[in-house]
Structures are given as structure tokens and as C-alpha cells.
Design a protein around this ligand. Structure first.
Ligand SMILES: Cc1cc2nc3c(=O)[nH]c(=O)nc-3n(C[C@H](O)[C@H](O)[C@H](O)COP(=O)(O)O)c2cc1C
Length: 166
């Protein structure tokens, strides 16, 4: 089976990372994949803040109720949305980041900024800009395993033909 397809199916959130910083070349490649994400009308009205300073990373993790993965990762990629951006676009960018990181031997976990106004203040983004998600990123720890609750609904449960019906 095609390797890309297998990687798409196999992408999991990983929450344990090796205790080493990202290789700058690996990081650049992931950022390049982020840059090439398609967006509505090709507006690209987003930014990525690369957070590697441990104190700053911890401040961001503190904006989340489930920020453990960000505390443990060597870096976080904060996804910043300009006003009137589509969530769809930033979601696509997140997936580009996660898939490219996985292909390059890194591991990621999306982290929700439950207190997004606090996250925006920590990052110092302009008024009205949002940061709802940060991607924790690093190299997977040898013991890193995806969470066991990571199954999926069946095709029959989520796919409907021609109209929605059960
Ligand atoms: C929008 C979004 C927000 C998420 N937020 C968090 C989070 O705050 N903390 C966390 O540990 N995992 C977070 N996750 C990871 C999900 O829990 C994980 O993707 C889901 O349980 C499925 O597991 P899998 O990706 O390993 O298959 C988030 C995932 C998504 C898509």
C-alpha cells in the first residue's frame, strides 16, 4: 500500500518526547510544509510562533487544561489566526505540520488553549488575533505510545450516501 496513505492512517497524537531540542533543519522542513498549506482564497492570514524557550512554553501550557504534552515537548508551534480566518484553514495547517513531522521522524500532539485570551497575551499577538491551538512537537520517546482510546467510529457510523439518514 502507498506509504503516504499508510502514514495518514497511522498518524497518532504522541505525548512523550526525547529530551533533546529539534534539529533546526527538521524544524525548517515542518515550517515549509505549514507555509504551503492551502487556505480559502489563498489568504494565508495566519502565523506560526515557534516557542522553544522553556519558560514561555510553560506559560502557554498554563493556558490549557490538558497542556502536559506541551510541557514535555522541546517545542510548541503556536498557530495564530488573524481576524475572520476560517478554522478550517488553521486545521489544515495543523494537519500539514503533524503529517510532515511524522514523515520526518518527529512526533506531535495538538494542545488546546482553553484560555485563548491568556495564550494571545503570552504570545503578544495583535488585538483580535487568536491562538486556540499549539502543536507540541519533538522526537518521540522510545516508550512513547499513542493513547489507547484512539480508535475510530466505523465507516457506517460516519458516512451517509446522498442524504443524511440512519
Ligand atoms: C483540535 C484538537 C485538540 C486537541 N487538544 C488536545 C489537548 O489539549 N491535549 C492533549 O493531550 N491532546 C489533545 N488533542 C489530541 C486528541 O486527544 C487526539 O488526537 C485524539 O484523542 C485521537 O487520538 P490519536 O490522534 O492518537 O488517534 C487534540 C486533538 C485535536 C484534533
Amino acid at each position: 500500500m502507498d506509504r503516504t496513505y499508510q502514514r495518514i492512517l497511522g498518524l497518532r497524537a504522541i505525548r512523550k518526547f526525547q529530551d533533546r531540542p529539534l534539529d533546526p533543519e527538521d524544524l525548517d522542513r515542518v515550517l515549509e510544509a505549514a507555509r504551503w498549506t492551502g487556505s480559502a482564497k489563498n489568504r494565508q492570514n495566519w502565523s506560526v510562533v515557534v516557542v522553544q524557550d522553556p519558560d514561555q512554553k510553560e506559560r502557554l501550557a498554563g493556558c490549557c487544561n490538558t497542556g502536559g504534552p506541551l510541557s514535555k515537548a522541546p517545542a510548541g508551534l503556536a498557530l495564530v489566526q488573524e481576524p475572520e480566518t476560517y478554522e478550517f484553514d488553521i486545521g489544515r495547517m495543523a494537519q500539514n505540520i503533524m503529517l510532515s513531522a511524522d514523515a520526518l521522524g518527529m512526533a506531535t500532539c495538538p494542545v488546546t488553549m482553553h484560555r485563548e485570551h491568556d495564550a494571545a497575551a503570552v504570545l503578544g499577538v495583535p488585538e483580535g488575533w487568536r491562538c486556540r491551538y499549539v502543536i507540541a512537537i519533538g522526537y518521540p520517546a522510545p516508550s512513547a505510545e499513542p493513547a489507547r482510546f484512539g480508535g475510530r467510529k466505523s465507516i457506517g457510523e460516519i458516512v451517509h450516501r446522498d442524504s443524511y439518514r440512519r
